[in-house]
Ligand binder design. Structure first.
Ligand code: PCA
Length: 157
């Protein structure tokens, strides 16, 4: 099992969340809402309006997202889905737990610090650093910046 922090289209209510719920792809258990301890630039980039969290700690904002426990099968699916290690890299992040719904050994206390993997970007276009940054991504919240699902893209990036 691995901890994964999602901050983009894999969050509840976002366009790729249904993949987290697909038992054919493995298991994902929601553990808590969380926020990165450090600031990161979370930007929207490319003609497909993909959210990218640039692995530049100290710039941008502390980012809100969701913490999940995933099994090996789901981890492998997510790596493939996110184009890891080409488009995104799976990196470690420190998180502050906001609220958790876990029980027993999965119980996470609000305010506690946990580590997780996330899909961030180390190989980005330098001008992406000039883009507006978001602390709480919403695919439906930015007129003109509608996210395009991978299956609807004409070409890779
Ligand atoms: N999916 C991953 C990375 C960006 C995206 O759209 C996530 O939600 O964390």
């Amino acid at each position: 099992m691995a901890h994964i922090f999602v901050y983009g289209t894999l969050k509840k209510g976002q366009p790729n969340y249904f993949r987290m719920e697909d038992a054919d792809k493995g298991q994902a258990e929601f553990l808590a809402h969380a926020r990165t301890v450090e600031q990161y630039p979370l930007v929207i980039a490319t003609k497909y309006n993909i959210p990218f969290l640039l692995n530049v700690p100290g710039k941008g904002q502390r980012v809100y997202g969701e913490l999940y426990n995933v099994d090996q099968k789901m981890l492998e699916f997510l790596d493939k889905f996110e184009g890891c290690p080409q488009r995104y890299q799976r990196t470690e992040v420190r998180l502050e737990v906001q609220d958790g719904n876990g029980e027993g050994e999965n119980k996470l206390k609000p305010g506690s610090i946990v580590e997780a993997f996330m899909y961030s970007t180390t190989a980005y276009q330098p001008d992406w650093l000039q883009n507006p940054t978001y602390e709480n991504y919403n695919a439906y919240g930015n007129p003109g910046l509608n996210y395009v699902l991978p299956e609807d893209r004409s070409t890779e990036l």
